[in-house]
Write a protein that binds this ligand. Sequence first.
Ligand code: GAF
Length: 393
Amino acid sequence: MASSFPSVQQLAAEARRVYGQVFGGDAPQVAVCAPGRVNLIGEHTDYNQGFVLPMALPLVTVVVGSQTSGQDVTIVTATEEADEPRRVDFSLPSDGSPLSPGLPSWANYVKGVIQHYRAPPVPGFRAVIASSVPLGGGLSSSASLEVAFYTFLQQLKPDDGDKVSKAVACQQAEHTHAGVPCGIMDQFVSVFGREGHALLIDCRSLEATPVPLADPGLVILITNSNVKHSLTGSEYPMRRRQCEEAASILGKASLRDATMKDLEEARARLDDVTYQRARHVIEEIDRTARAAEALKRGAYKEFGKLMVESHNSLRDLYEVSCRELDELVSAAMEVEGVFGSRMTGGGFGGCTVTLLQAHAIDRTTLHIQERYSGTPTFYVTTPSEGARALGLS
Ligand code: GAF
């Protein structure tokens, strides 16, 4: 059975309730939200300037709040954060000096966004966060928080940038304040997400092509493995470095510019691991472009085959999958009516994404539940809107 999750309106109501409780009955002036994402294909290609094909989710982070007269900031999260205080208070430096990261760790995303906001100085404010994006589940809870906060600040004091610069500022926040050298995919799709569409994003030109994905006969199932291996912190930057090294050995600005022919010609100058990493990226960029074409034609079988190829490559060449994700993918692929399945996001735990015929949903979740050695959580999702301001009814 798929889990139900609160609607944007329910989350906003909860955030407003907590705001009133914490701030002595006051009502917030502003409410905004920004979605998490699931990536359908194109993994670990964004920081190689390649293609990705994510969609924004109906799972969102909501921020409600008001500007205050001074330099003080108070933020409360209505969502359970693992072993961390739910409230943070700090002052905005009047000389524009950087806000250092610290504890609670969830507040670092907000501090990073304040730091990179394109219309400094940011005024003081009070805010409450409520989110339905599972934390650390590979569905971009952090990007949705960054983009939601940027959108919140835009309501208090408009910035001078366009939507691309907003996504880039949120990506910088993650680099400087969370210490993750991520690509642009998560923040980009959280800003630009479009209802009923996946986005084919060219991470070199930062242009996005919406690909329709609203077939009532089709279901996009997300399965959370509910495991998160602690490897991500060190392995992600290592993968990024390996790709940069491979590109430099090939004499290319990035692996986006390399072909398999280039890679084979340079084979003798690459160690086995660097070769495998580069091969995954070069083939995955090509796979993603082909997958987007297949989706446009409604060729779901073809798309599903590419999803499985992507998973196998992430498992064998890029080595970012894990036993639990492999189990979930194998189980899903045993069910009739399933087109394809793969791990999604950075890896080492988190979620899989599965494309299937709508009538096969019950038997698919049942089968996965029977076969998976852990306890999965299921979300049936549809492509949704990007970040936006909400009415305060
Ligand atoms: C994480 C990163 F934040 C993204 O930029 C991307 O690299 C992804 O892992 C892997 O495709 O979500």
